[in-house]
Design a protein around this ligand. Structure first.
Ligand SMILES: C[S@@+](CC[C@H](N)C(=O)[O-])C[C@H]1O[C@@H](n2cnc3c(N)ncnc32)[C@H](O)[C@@H]1O
Length: 314
């Protein structure tokens, strides 16, 4: 039986086994069970702890699925991402959203579960697009239009921290050709805004989320910007070669500074001597000591209620 798990993280797979009405040990070794993740970090975490084939991609894998288990709820993902994935599941199952083909593993209030299930009632699902287009610019630059999709950080709008970072970096960069690494790029706001005023920038974007990389690639092509986009949760291991002139990162802070640490370690190894690292945080005083661990010194440039932290590689 081909079973697809959607929305599960490594820690949830025991719950998935329960919903699949099979024991965990059988589940873990069962042929035909595939877990899907949107973030490559979640794929690696599942592969480390379970013997389940795991795929990471921006969309659910096509194929003949006998059963789809979908774990969702307001604390797990946004309502839009939930509906977007539900729509993809509906298409994969040919509209058969009844048990046992479809199991909704909902974490949240009963009335929200019922309301979500009503969206796939007998009347079927009305296909919707959840893509959003929005505009952003930096002083002296053109307005550029960016696209994002549910699952992308700050879907539907520019993030004020990302904009502050782009404004400071764009102001300080010269027009000479230079290599720019945008780590945790999301839809690509920071790198594309910098390139909108400095067309000679050679951009590399990296993110652990497959929908971010999909959006960044889509935006590069819509803007006519050459750009390499890389899906990775461990920097750019093959390219930490000291060849970059600039690094920009707006790291997430949900894991204290674990991810900021990874961003800064990548920055140090990717930048050439004299290369400049910019990060941004609401609480710059908290991030500065982490940045100084790698770069020795730093300065904070206040912007839009955020602190952009600048360091130079010696
Ligand atoms: C705060 S968002 C910033 C997005 C974008 N740069 C902006 O400013 O709008 C942080 C981004 O880091 C990504 N991220 C989280 N962990 C990561 C990792 N280990 N490696 C690369 N990117 C990561 C997230 O997927 C998210 O897109």
């Amino acid at each position: 039986m081909n079973t697809l798990l959607v929305g599960y993280k490594a820690k949830d797979l025991f719950a998935a086994a329960k919903h699949g009405r099979t024991r965990t040990a059988e589940w873990a070794s069962a042929d035909g069970v595939v877990a899907h993740t949107l973030d490559i970090y979640d794929r690696h975490a599942i592969e480390k702890t379970h013997h389940i084939k795991t795929l990471c991609s921006p969309h659910l894998p096509a194929g003949r699925w006998d059963k789809v288990l979908f774990r969702t709820g307001p604390k797990i993902m946004s309502g839009e991402l939930s509906l977007d994935l539900l729509q993809e599941i509906y298409a994969l199952l040919g509209g058969n959203m009844k048990a046992p083909a479809f199991v909704l593993d909902f974490v949240g209030r009963e009335r929200d579960r019922v309301s979500l299930l009503e969206k796939v009632s007998a009347k079927g699902m009305r296909p919707r697009t959840f893509a959003a287009k929005w505009k952003a610019s930096v002083p002296g630059g053109p307005e550029i239009e960016l696209v994002s999709h549910p699952g992308c950080f700050c879907h539907r709008r520019v993030d004020a921290g990302g904009l502050a970072l782009a404004e400071v970096a764009a102001r300080e960069i010269s027009d000479a050709p230079a290599r720019f690494l945008d780590m945790g790029c999301g839809a690509g706001t920071v790198g594309f805004l910098a390139k909108s005023v400095h067309p000679a920038l050679d951009l590399v974007m990296v993110d652990s989320h497959s929908r971010a990389i999909e959006a960044a690639a889509e935006n590069a092509s819509r803007l006519g910007f050459a750009c390499e986009s890389i899906l990775s949760d461990s920097g750019i291991p093959a390219r930490m070669d000291g060849s970059f002139d600039f690094f920009a990162g707006n790291p997430p802070y949900y894991s204290d500074y674990r991810i900021a640490d990874l961003f800064l370690e990548t920055a140090l190894r990717a930048l050439k001597p004299g290369g400049v690292c910019y990060t941004v945080a609401k609480n710059a005083d908290g991030l500065r000591p982490v940045q100084e661990k790698y770069f020795g010194t730093s300065e904070t440039i206040p912007r839009r209620g955020y602190g952009v932290i600048r360091s130079v590689k010696r």
